[in-house]
Design a protein around this ligand. Structure first.
Ligand code: ATP
Length: 237
C-alpha cells in the first residue's frame, strides 16, 4: 500500500520546551493507524504538529506534498480533518449548525443537504437531535458530532484524538464500529490516538508506540499486540 502521510524526524516545540524528538511513521492509504503511548508521550502533539498547531521541524508529506508549516486552513483544504481531544463542538449551536459550519465554503445548497444525509446515515442519533444544542447532548453524542463534522469535509485522512475519552464502554464500541464503517465505505484513512490500547489495536491495521517523544515500536497491529512489552505496558497482561 502506498503511503498517504509520511512523517520523518518530526520534532515539536511548545516555546522552549521540546515535546517530540524524532517521530517517524507512515500512514498507508486506506488503512487505520494507531499511535499508542502513555500520558505525555506526545500523541496529541503529533496530531497538532500535522495540523501546524505547534512549532515543528522535520518532514510531513501528504500524498507526496510537503505540508509541514502550511496554514491550518490550507491543511483542511488538503482534506485532512482533525477531531481534537475534548471534541471542540460549538456547544451553543445546534447539531445542524455545527455540521453546516463544516460546509460553509460550499455554495450548492442541495450538495450540502446530500452531504448531511450521507453523514446522518452513520449517525442516526444525531439526525434525531438535529435541532438540539450541542452542549445538551450526551458525551457520546458530542463525540459523534465531532466525527460527523469532520466527515462533512469529505476527508481523505481523519486524525482522531482519544475518541473514547470519558465515555461508557457501550458507546465507545458503537463509535468504533462507526469508525470502521467510515474507513471502509468512505475510503477515509484514519490516524487514531488512543489510551484504550486494546480497542485501538483491534480497530487498526498498523500501530506505532510513542514514548517520551520518540517512536519505540511499530508494525502491523496484530504483531504489536503480541509484543511482550506492549502487552505488559499497554494491555495489562
Ligand atoms: P495525553 O494522553 O496526556 O494527552 P499525549 O501523549 O497526548 O498525552 P501530549 O499532550 O502530546 O501527550 O504532551 C507531550 C508533552 O508535551 C508533555 O510533556 C506535555 O507536558 C507537553 N505539552 C503538551 N502541551 C503543552 C503546552 N501547551 N505547553 C507546554 N508543554 C506542553
Amino acid at each position: 500500500m502506498a503511503s498517504l502521510l509520511e512523517v520523518k524526524g518530526l520534532k515539536a516545540f511548545y516555546g522552549q520546551t521540546q515535546s517530540l524528538y524524532d517521530v517517524g511513521f507512515d500512514i498507508p492509504t486506506g488503512g487505520i493507524t494507531t499511535l499508542l503511548g502513555a500520558n505525555g508521550a506526545g500523541k496529541t502533539t503529533t496530531l497538532r504538529a500535522i495540523c501546524n498547531m505547534v512549532r515543528t521541524d522535520g518532514t510531513i508529506r501528504f500524498d507526496g506534498k510537503d505540508i509541514r508549516g502550511m496554514a491550518t486552513e490550507e491543511i483542511v483544504r488538503q482534506r485532512i480533518a482533525h477531531v481534537p481531544e475534548g471534541r471542540g463542538t460549538f456547544t451553543t449551536l445546534t447539531v445542524d449548525e455545527n455540521l453546516r459550519i463544516a460546509a460553509y465554503t460550499r455554495k450548492d445548497k442541495q450538495g450540502v443537504k446530500d452531504e448531511l444525509e450521507r453523514v446522518f446515515a452513520y449517525f442516526p442519533r444525531l439526525k434525531e437531535r438535529i435541532q438540539q444544542q450541542a452542549g445538551t447532548l450526551s458525551g457520546g453524542e458530542q463525540q459523534m458530532l465531532a466525527i460527523a463534522r469532520a466527515l462533512m469535509l469529505k476527508p481523505r485522512l481523519m486524525l482522531l484524538d482519544e475518541p473514547s475519552f470519558g465515555l461508557a464502554p457501550l458507546i465507545v464500541l458503537e463509535i468504533f464500529r462507526i469508525l470502521r464503517r467510515i474507513n471502509e465505505e468512505e475510503k477515509v484513512s484514519i490516524l487514531l490516538v488512543e489510551q484504550n490500547a486494546a480497542l485501538a489495536l483491534d480497530l487498526a491495521t498498523h500501530a506505532y508506540v510513542l514514548e517520551t517523544g520518540k517512536v519505540v515500536m511499530s508494525g502491523p497491529s496484530d504483531v504489536v499486540k503480541n509484543d511482550e512489552n506492549v502487552r505488559k505496558s499497554y494491555l495489562g497482561y
